[in-house]
Design a protein around this ligand. Structure first.
Ligand SMILES: Cc1ncc(COP(=O)(O)O)c(C=O)c1O
Length: 470
């Protein structure tokens, strides 16, 4: 390094220290930034990568929790945004614009084609807001506030969404949640809540749920009237925040049968897994079940202007039952979001994600399973499409190892891995019930060569983490 370069680096470091000092004093710490041991400031993004102030490249294996699934700075989607900025950048949501109508139609027609059922779409901003709207639809239809949700569920952090999100940590400081969901164990077969073995359990967990309806004393059903106290069951077809887990093939079909018997709606939260993350447009399509309501967000606008929404069956959302003014937010169907969303839908129609994503996902998972053979600390590798879980454990391959998971994450954030022949960082997201699962969600455009590089970087970070904790 020349003297000039070294001086330049010193200046950057002191500027970064000043910024971090301002952040520490003036930014709320109430978000998730301070989960990480190492704080990074990024200044650019492109394709699979983020860049820090030194120009160091970080290979991103989480893509804004799947909000940027179509790659950073995706030209086509960015151009849709730029076009809209130059034509109709702003419009109060009480007036119509073309992109909103076309996008709603595309989403509803797609669902009609896949599930054979008619419905309508209502837009909002951010996943939690969409979840709030879905709760209104449920209450309006059923007249009931209580719902079922899964242990390990994540539906957002507004008050309504927190009430149906399993972690008490998110509610603890914020008063009494009268509408707190009844949380039911998710079929997390690697660590079965009921300590069963997947091979011969015969969906024991589903039978435990069904048992709740056997007598009024199990607290969910008046067996004399056959009326259930719960209006809906919120599901994630693949649990996102709790570690990219999905149930055995027949589970959701069995669950839906029980729900239908007692007029309980199934609300399918696709905010993280929708738009092909799992290799199908909606993750629930893997399980051959038709939900009553779908919530979506994140990848629809590739992390550009946020847009979320719900789709609901016609009978739940038709104007006769959900009339004008039932829900509203100033930015709900903002034209910048709908323009990108519409372009995303066209891009999906013109791509072959249904073939490419499962193939790339299988290759990625295979490469990681190769590592698993050499590192007993990798307890489980599994996935659907490009949503892949890597569960980090102690040497027994089972006891969760959060310490090692955190060490590997921070080593990635340090930006000095060398696999691939240059100094790089690695961005990993951590999820799971024990916060020991890397939830891997790369850009859909990742190439096979880049998958190899990502696996090499991951192995280097893992090795360094193991070394560090020895
Ligand atoms: C399944 C699921 N639902 C809801 C949400 C909440 O969305 P948002 O963070 O946009 O409010 C998330 C966010 O991660 C999610 O993964």
């Amino acid at each position: 390094m020349s003297q000039d370069q070294s001086e330049c680096q010193q200046l950057l470091l002191s500027e970064e220290a000043d910024l971090l000092d301002l952040e520490a004093r003036y930014c709320s710490w109430g978000d998730t930034v301070h989960y990480a041991g190492k704080l990074n400031i990024f200044i650019a993004a492109e394709g699979n990568c983020l860049y820090d102030r030194n120009g160091t490249e970080y290979f991103d294996l989480q893509m804004w929790y799947s909000a940027a699934s179509f790659g950073y700075k995706n030209n086509r989607l960015n151009n849709a945004l730029k076009r809209q900025i130059d034509t109709l950048p702003q419009l109060a949501c009480q007036y119509l614009h073309e992109e909103k109508i076309q996008l709603a139609a595309k989403l509803a027609q797609g669902i009609e084609k896949s599930f054979g059922i008619k419905g309508r779409v209502h837009f909002n901003v951010g996943g939690s807001a969409a979840v709030e709207d879905s709760l209104k639809i449920v209450r309006n239809h059923s007249g009931k506030n209580p719902v079922f949700a899964f242990m390990g569920s994540y539906h957002g952090r507004t008050l309504g969404a927190s009430a149906i999100t399993s972690s008490y940590r998110y509610r603890e400081k914020f008063g009494h949640f009268g509408d707190r969901a009844c949380f039911v164990p998710y079929p997390y077969c690697f660590r079965c809540h009921y300590e069963q073995k997947k091979e011969d359990c015969d969906l024991y967990c589903l039978r435990q749920f069904e048992k709740l309806f056997e007598t009024e004393y199990h607290a969910v059903l008046n067996t004399k009237t056959d009326k259930c106290e719960f209006g809906a069951f919120y599901i994630e077809a693949m649990q996102g925040t709790c570690g990219y887990i999905y149930p055995p093939a027949n589970y959701f079909r069995g669950l839906k049968k029980i729900l239908d018997r007692y007029n309980i709606l199934m609300v399918d939260d696709e905010i993280q897994m929708g738009f092909f993350r799992t290799g199908k447009f909606w993750a629930i399509e893997h399980f051959k079940v038709v939900p009553d309501i779908i919530t979506f967000g994140k990848a629809l606008s590739n992390g550009l202007n946020p847009l979320s929404g719900i789709w609901a069956k016609e009978e739940l959302i038709c104007p006769e039952v959900f009339p004008p003014g039932s829900t509203h937010s100033t930015f709900s169907s903002n034209p910048l979001g709908t323009a990108v969303g519409l372009e995303t839908m066209k891009l999906i129609e013109e791509s072959d994600f249904a073939t490419q994503i499962p193939q790339k996902g299988a290759y990625f998972a295979e490469r990681l399973q190769g590592l698993q053979k050499r590192y007993p600390q990798i307890g489980d590798v599994d996935g659907l499409g490009l949503a892949i879980r890597v569960e980090i454990c102690q040497k027994d391959g089972y006891t969760p190892d959060k310490k090692l998971t955190d060490a590997v994450t921070n080593i990635g954030l340090n930006g000095d891995l060398t696999a691939g022949g240059k100094k790089r960082g690695l961005i990993l997201d951590v999820g799971g019930y024990y916060k020991n699962v890397f939830t891997i969600a790369p850009s859909f455009y990742i190439t096979y060569k880049e998958i190899d590089l990502a696996v090499d970087l991951f192995e280097e970070a893992l090795q360094k983490g193991i070394e560090l904790l020895k």
